[in-house]
Write a protein that binds this ligand. Structure first.
Ligand code: SAM
Length: 274
């Protein structure tokens, strides 16, 4: 069988439809069936309801369809809809949903009540907003498996005290076990991007830590400021004093010096006073 994820097939499909990869939508298509198969097998099994963001011409979607019970794939680029109708015609377990994933109202989605796995080769510039949209949603997410720029992947797993440690790392690490599952060199995409990529898996923790996201975001608001000065923007003096006293925090401590568990304790304390 000849899969979509190959250089020749990708070129032939784009030529047939008179299309080229659109930079504005971050289009870099995967052209290696082995890698795509690995990603799909890692993400799902035959009982999985998969949600894909940006199916493109269907390279990853094809393997998600082969390895999942049902696939819902959100594509923003209207020109790709007739392409997907043709390339994925053989699979009856995939539904394409047209539009911008960042604007989706999940309550209206057919998978809203299902346990889902999110899998995507994401445009790099929307990785963070997509992750925030997912974690802020009420979706029942079992796992997120996404392709990101190699360095960006490191930030999600960043440890306390490092320059990459930020609000998103704290929030993600409180809820998910995070690991890099596959490295993907740039030449396995068409067109080849300027950097290598990595597939990162976020698996829901059995006992997620309860974290006040607003508190974490506020604590990291301005990196050059101390925790105290950042919190002052949102919380009263009384609340901040109670927080610092309860956790025995130093007056000049910065957010990047506090581990995930400390943010969890801070969230617990703040819950009782505001
Ligand atoms: N999944 C395909 C693959 O692996 O070859 C294509 C990946 S390409 C890096 C990113 C895809 O996401 C493109 O098809 C692009 O049009 C789509 N996309 C970009 N922004 C989007 C958005 N906000 N919502 C849904 N799809 C989007």
């Amino acid at each position: 069988m000849s899969y979509i994820a190959s250089f020749n097939k990708t070129k032939a499909i784009l030529d047939e439809f008179g299309l080229s990869a659109q930079k504005k939508f971050g289009q870099n298509f995967l052209i290696d069936a082995n890698i795509v198969n690995k990603i799909a097998q890692y993400a799902c099994d035959l009982d999985t309801i998969s949600v894909e963001i940006g199916p493109g011409i269907g390279s990853l979607s094809e393997f998600l369809a082969l390895n999942s019970k049902k696939v819902y794939a959100h594509e923003i680029d209207q020109h790709l809809l007739p392409v997907l109708a043709k390339t994925l015609a053989a699979y009856d377990n995939i539904a394409i949903i047209e539009g911008d994933f960042l604007k989706v109202d999940f309550k209206k989605m057919p998978y809203f009540n299902d346990e889902i796995v999110v899998c995507a080769n994401l445009p790099y510039y929307i990785t963070t907003p997509i992750l925030f949209k997912l974690i802020d949603s009420k979706l029942r997410i079992k796992k997120i498996v996404i392709m990101v720029q190699k360095e960006v992947g490191g930030r999600f797993k960043a440890q306390v005290g490092t320059k990459d440690y930020n609000a998103l790392s704290v929030i993600l690490q409180s809820r998910f076990d995070i690991k890099e599952v596959v490295k993907v060199p740039r030449h396995l995409f068409y067109p080849a991007p300027k950097v290598d990529s990595a597939v990162i898996s976020f698996e829901k923790k059995e006992a997620p830590l309860v974290i006040d996201e607003e508190l974490v975001k506020c604590a990291f608001q301005k990196r050059r400021k101390t925790l105290y000065n950042n919190l002052k923007e949102k919380y009263t003096q009384a609340v901040i004093s109670h927080l610092f006293n309860s956790l025995d925090l130093k007056a000049d401590v910065r957010a990047e010096a506090l581990d995930v568990l400390t943010f969890c304790k801070m969230s617990e304390v703040i819950k009782d006073v505001i």
